[in-house]
Ligand binder design. Structure first.
Ligand code: GLN
Ligand code: MG
Ligand code: MG
Ligand code: MG
Length: 441
């Protein structure tokens, strides 16, 4: 961990003028306050006050003053900002003004879950696969969902028009300490994926936040609009954020059943069983938008059913053939609009619940479930993910472990905000209704 003095020295010697204090709200939106280099010492010692009542889901006006406390481990230069009078950032923890813990800080929720795992000697490792679209802006600079790019999965330039932008995103991320494992053009026109190396869960959640910020900024500098909206185009692929998970102890991957085994370990099976068990309740957090559920339709490599397989990409969970220390579980439902701190805390605790209760994972499903008739679904005992945000919120309320993990504050604020979002969507007359009904009735 970088010490206060090292940080202050670095800032002075490297001509850093502004420091952004970043934090996430309960919906996973990044916010920030900028301070100057002169204020940094005080900020590191005492924190910086902000008005939490102006942040949706944080607090009411009566108790609005809160503190941002920079986490020294998250210090990074923002390489795209001017080199003279540089800009750096910290990701912050959030405390009440009296120094007590603020229960609405999503980072705190993940820290609490991580501490439970640590107590059992476990490290939860996460490798995310973030997908996003690069679109044009219109004449006024507003975002559109149009692209001239006509490329598909793993195509090259010249049909991949996002190649230069994707390259620049990877280079900026590397400057910020990311190890980029792979990047490619995804299935849909204008769609891309960049994968960075797995890490412990808190680092991964912070990196997902940083990743989204960098993608948006670099796209804007290239005259493009980047979006993590899960399904920006009807009848095409949506954007997911597959989460690759493993659990290690003393540096050994507990999902590995041994170099010569063709199977995954019992720990992996119980952990996976826990996630399947809580899959419905987690969905409103891993897939937080009305639009998230437009992605869960057959035919676009997004999951519809709660089942797992070794290879099948139509399912919620994939456990690829064991590869020794790289053995992992891939959860395919989360989308990149989710709050990574809350989603990963829920996944960790769902897995731990599976371990604690010795849950048994159901048999793998090796058929393409996209075409499964409802009676066949019943016969096989395969359930579906909630098909819209309202159903997902109902599942969230039904599963008591969700509130245990998120705590009363976030649980209550999250549900009431999302119910309002659903009510707003539901009261609006959409163009689909006009097209379908106006002349027919
Ligand atoms: N875009 C797909 C999804 O929605 C995934 C495609 C892939 O990575 N194979 O999850
Ligand atoms: Mg991938
Ligand atoms: Mg992909
Ligand atoms: Mg994947």
């Amino acid at each position: 961990m970088a010490s206060k003095n090292d940080l202050l020295k670095f800032v002075e010697q490297n001509d850093v003028k502004f420091i952004r204090l970043q934090f996430a709200d309960i919906f996973g939106n990044m916010k920030n306050i900028a301070i100057t280099d002169q204020q940094l010492e005080r900020a590191l010692e005492e924190g910086v006050m902000f008005d939490a009542s102006a942040i949706a889901g944080f607090s009411e006006v009566e108790q609005s003053d809160m503190l941002l406390l920079p986490d020294p481990d998250t210090f990074q230069l923002m390489p795209w900002r001017p080199q003279h009078g540089k800009v750096a950032r910290f990701i912050c923890d959030i405390k009440n003004y009296d120094g007590s813990q603020f229960p609405g800080d999503p980072r705190y929720i993940l820290k609490r879950s991580e501490a439970k795992a640590k107590q059992l000697g476990y490290t939860f490792n996460i490798g995310p696969e973030c997908e996003f679209f690069l679109f044009h802006t219109d004449a006024e600079g507003r975002p559109t969902n149009k692209t001239h790019d006509a490329a598909g999965y793993c195509d090259l330039a010249p049909s991949d028009l996002g190649e230069n932008c994707r390259r620049e995103i990877c280079m900026v991320l590397e400057d910020m300490g990311f190890e980029i494992e792979a990047s490619h053009h995804e299935n849909a026109a204008g769609q891309h994926e960049i994968d960075f190396k797995y890490s412990d869960v808190m680092t991964a959640a912070d990196r997902i936040m940083t990743f989204k910020m960098v993608v948006k900024i670099v796209a804007q500098r290239n005259g493009l609009h980047a979006t993590f909206m899960p399904k920006p185009i009807y009848n095409s692929y949506g954007s997911g954020m597959h989460i690759n998970m493993s659990l290690s102890q003393n540096g050994k991957n507990l999902f590995n059943a041994g170099e010569n085994s063709m199977d995954i370990s019992e720990v992996a099976k119980m952990f996976g069983a826990g996630i399947l068990q809580h899959a419905k309740g987690i969905t409103a957090v891993a897939n937080p938008l009305v639009n998230s559920y437009k992605r869960f339709v057959p035919g676009f490599e997004a999951p519809v059913h709660i089942a797992w397989s070794h290879m099948n990409r139509s399912l919620l969970m994939r456990i690829p053939a064991p590869k020794g220390e790289a053995t992992r579980i891939e959860l395919r439902s989360p989308d990149p609009s989710c709050n990574p701190y809350l989603t990963l805390a829920l996944l960790l605790e769902a897995g731990l619940d599976g371990l604690q209760k010795n849950l048994v994972i159901p048999a793998p499903v090796d058929i393409n479930t996209y075409n499964l008739a409802p009676d066949r679904e019943k016969e096989l005992g395969i359930q579906r993910l909630p098909s819209n945000l309202l159903f997902a919120l109902e599942e969230m309320k039904k599963d008591p472990y969700i509130k245990d993990v998120l705590g009363e504050h976030i649980f209550t604020k999250y549900i009431s905000a999302k119910e309002a979002e659903w009510a707003s969507y539901n009261s609006i007359v959409h163009s689909w209704e006009i097209d379908r009904y106006l002349s027919a009735y």
